[in-house]
Write a protein that binds this ligand. Structure first.
Ligand code: KIV
Length: 295
C-alpha cells in the first residue's frame, strides 16, 4: 500500500467489557452479543460496532483454514490468529478457544496452554468444550486466575463421538444431564457458558437456573446472549449453512463479483487507470531518457 493511500481508522473509544459487566447485563435482562473473528480487520470492525465479546473460535479450522472439522487446529494456529484479533480490538472482551488436545491430556497442560492465550496472544479469557469430565481442568485454570467460558450441547471437537454436527439434548435425560453439567461448570468457576444447538426451551430453562450468562448458538432467544460464526453471518462460508444462522450479508457473492470485475478490467487494460499511477516530474523523466541514450 502506498503512503499516499494509507488511511488509519479512527481509534475506537470503547470502555473495556468486563466479567462483572456481563453478569450485570444478565441481571438486567440485557442481551449479550458475541461474534467470532480470526483476523485484525474483522476484529477492528466488530469492536467498532460495539459487540460485547469476540471469540477467536476454533471454527477457524473450518471457515478460514479449510479443514472439514475443528480437530486439526493447533495451539500455534490459535495463538497466531488471537494475536491478530487482539491488535484490532479494544473494548470487546476477547475469548480464545482452546483447541482439541490442548486441555484434555493433563491439568498441567491445560493450565499452561490456557495461560499462553493471555500471556502470548492478548486474550482476556479462554473457552473450552465439555461438561463434568472437564471440571478438574476448569477449576485449575480458574484457580490460576484465567477466566473460563464453558461450552455445552453440540461440542464440535467431539464430532466423531457425536456422529455428526447434529442438535443435542433433545431427550429429557440428555436435557437434564446438560442442566447438571451447566450447574457444575458454574460451580467450577466458569464466567459464562456457550449453549450450542439444543432445543430453545432447554436452553431457556438452563439459562434461568444459572447466575452466569449463557450465550446461545442455535439455542433460541431464551439465552442471555447470542453468538454466530462471523463467516456464516456474512455469507462468506458457502460449504454449508447451519439452520440456525441468519445471513446479514452475502459477502461471498460480493467478493466473487469483485474478483471477476478485477480480472476483466486487468484483461481489458482498464485497470490500473491514470489515478492509480505514481507521478514522476517531467524534468526527471527527460533526464532519465537522456541518460538512457548514453547507456
Ligand atoms: O469455534 C467457534 O466458533 C465456537 C462457536 C460456534 C461458539 O465455538
Amino acid at each position: 500500500m502506498s503512503t499516499q493511500t494509507l488511511q488509519l481508522s479512527p481509534p475506537t473509544e470503547r470502555k473495556k467489557v468486563t466479567l462483572p459487566y456481563l453478569r450485570t447485563k444478565k441481571q438486567r435482562g440485557e442481551p449479550i452479543s458475541m461474534l467470532t473473528a480470526y483476523d485484525y480487520p474483522t476484529a477492528l470492525l466488530i469492536d467498532q460496532s460495539g459487540i460485547d465479546l469476540i471469540l477467536v473460535g476454533d471454527s477457524l479450522g473450518m471457515v478460514v483454514l479449510g479443514y472439514p472439522n475443528t480437530l486439526s487446529v493447533t495451539m500455534e494456529d490459535m495463538l497466531h490468529h488471537c494475536r491478530a484479533v487482539a491488535r484490532g480490538a479494544q473494548g470487546a472482551l476477547l475469548v480464545g478457544d482452546m483447541p482439541f488436545m490442548s486441555y484434555q491430556v493433563s491439568t498441567a497442560e491445560a493450565i499452561r496452554n490456557a495461560g499462553r492465550f493471555l500471556q502470548e496472544a492478548g486474550m482476556d479469557a479462554v473457552k473450552l468444550e465439555g461438561g463434568r469430565e472437564r471440571l478438574e481442568a476448569i477449576r485449575a485454570i480458574v484457580t490460576a486466575g484465567i477466566p473460563v467460558m464453558g461450552h455445552l450441547g453440540l461440542t464440535p471437537q467431539s464430532v466423531h463421538q457425536l456422529g455428526s454436527f447434529r442438535p443435542q439434548a433433545r431427550q429429557a435425560a440428555a436435557a437434564l444431564r446438560l442442566l447438571q453439567d451447566a450447574l457444575l461448570l458454574q460451580e467450577a468457576g466458569c464466567f459464562s457458558l456457550v449453549l450450542e444447538s439444543i432445543p430453545a426451551r432447554v436452553a431457556e430453562s438452563v439459562s434461568s437456573r444459572l447466575e452466569i450468562p449463557t450465550i446461545g448458538i442455535g439455542a433460541g432467544a431464551g439465552c442471555d446472549g447470542q453468538v454466530l460464526v462471523t463467516h456464516d453471518l456474512l455469507g462468506l462460508f458457502e460449504r454449508f449453512t447451519p439452520r440456525f444462522v441468519r445471513q446479514y450479508a452475502q459477502l461471498g457473492e460480493a467478493m466473487r463479483q469483485a474478483f471477476e470485475a478485477y480480472k476483466a478490467e486487468v484483461e481489458r487494460r482498464d485497470f490500473p487507470a491514470q489515478e492509480h499511477c505514481v507521478e514522476m516530474p517531467d524534468e526527471e523523466w527527460e533526464s532519465y531518457l537522456e541518460q538512457l541514450q548514453l547507456m
